[in-house]
Design a binder for this molecule. Structure first.
Ligand code: NAP
Length: 253
C-alpha cells in the first residue's frame, strides 16, 4: 500500500511493542531498517526474522538517554545502509507510575532522560544527515498524555508534552528545508506498557478492558503512512490514530 523502497529507517525502542511492529511494517513496504533498543538479543532476533522474510534489517544496542549511544546508532546506520531517511523516535517508558508526593525524584528524572532527551538525541543525531540530503521524515511517538493530565503520570504527561514541543520546534526550524517532522498519538495500544498501566490500578486508563486497545501493527502501519507524503498534513503537530478519518486513510477500517 505504501512505497518506502529505497528508504532507510531507524526505529528506537524496536525490541517489542510499537517499535517492533513499526520495524516489521517499514520492512514490508520496502525500507531497510535499523532496530535500536537496550535489549540486544531481542532486536538481533527481530532483525534476523525480518531478513529471513526477505527484508533488510540490522540492529545495534542503544540507550536513547545517552547521546553518544544515539550518535553511534546513526553512524552505524549510515555505515550499514548509507542513509537515515526515516527516524522513528518511539522508545519510551511509563514506569514508575506514582503520585507526585510519593514519586522518586531520580526515577522521575530517568523518565525525562528517555522520553524527552531520547527524542532530542534522535533528532540531533539524524538531522545533519537529513539536511545534507535535503529530505527526511521524523516520527515522534506522542500520546494523548501530551495534552491531558492523568493521576500518577506526572512524569509521563510532562515528557510527552515536551516531545510534542520538540515536534513543533523541529518543524519550525527544519520544515522549510525538506524535512517532515510529525508526531503520532496512537491511542491505547496492546503492549507491555498497557500491562504495566493495568497493574498500577491508579487512573481510568488502568481500568480499561484490554479489548479497548488497538494492536501495535496498526501503529506500525500509521508510521509507514506518515512516512509518505500523507504525513505532510501533520508537519509540526500530532496526528491522532483515534481519528476515524485517519484510520480510514491508512486502510485500517
Ligand atoms: P513497550 O512495549 O514497553 O516498549 C517500549 C520500548 O522502548 C521497548 O522496545 C524498550 O526497549 C524501549 N526503550 C525503553 N527505554 C529505552 C532506552 N533508554 N533506550 C532505548 N530503548 C528504550 O511500550 P510501547 O507501548 O511499545 O511504547 C512505545 C512508545 O509508544 C512509547 O513512546 C510510549 O510512550 C508510546 N505510547 C504507547 C501507548 C500504549 O498504549 N502502549 C500509548 C501512547 C503512546 P528496551 O527495554 O529493550 O530498551
Amino acid at each position: 500500500m505504501f512505497d518506502l523502497s529505497g528508504q532507510v529507517a531507524l526505529v528506537t525502542g524496536a525490541s517489542r511493542g510499537i517499535g517492533e511492529a513499526a520495524a516489521r511494517s517499514l520492512s514490508k513496504y520496502g525500507a531497510k531498517v535499523m532496530l535500536v533498543a537496550r535489549s540486544a538479543d531481542d532486536i538481533e532476533r527481530i532483525a534476523v526474522e525480518i531478513n529471513a522474510n526477505g527484508g533488510e534489517a540490522a540492529a545495534i544496542a542503544c540507550d536513547v538517554s545517552l547521546y553518544e549511544d544515539v550518535e553511534k546508532a546513526v553512524q552505524h546506520t549510515l555505515a550499514t545502509f548509507g542513509a537515515v531517511d526515516i527516524l522513528v523516535n518511539n522508545a519510551g517508558v511509563i514506569e514508575p507510575i506514582s503520585r507526585i508526593e510519593t514519586s522518586d525524584p531520580a526515577a522521575w528524572d530517568k523518565v525525562i532522560d528517555i522520553n524527552v532527551k531520547g527524542v532530542y538525541h534522535g533528532i540531533r543525531a539524524a538531522v545533519p544527515h537529513m539536511l545534507e540530503k535535503g529530505a527526511g521524515t521524523i516520527v515522534n511517538i506522542s500520546s494523548g498524555a501530551a495534552t491531558g493530565a492523568l493521576e500518577g503520570w506526572s512524569h509521563y504527561c510532562a515528557s510527552k508534552a515536551a516531545a510534542l514541543s520538540l515536534t513543533r520546534g523541529a518543524d519550525k526550524e527544519l520544515g522549510d528545508k525538506g524535512l517532515r517532522i510529525v508526531g503520532l498519538s496512537p491511542g491505547t495500544v496492546a503492549t507491555q506498557m498497557q500491562v504495566d498501566i493495568k497493574a498500577s490500578g491508579i487512573n481510568p486508563v488502568s481500568q480499561l478492558d484490554p479489548s479497548a486497545h488497538i494492536p501495535p501493527e496498526w501503529v506500525g502501519e500509521a508510521i509507514c503512512w506518515l512516512s509518505t507524503d500523507a504525513g505532510d498534513e501533520y508537519r509540526g503537530t500530532d496526528c491522532s490514530l483515534r481519528d476515524e478519518g485517519v484510520r480510514k486513510a491508512i486502510g485500517l477500517i
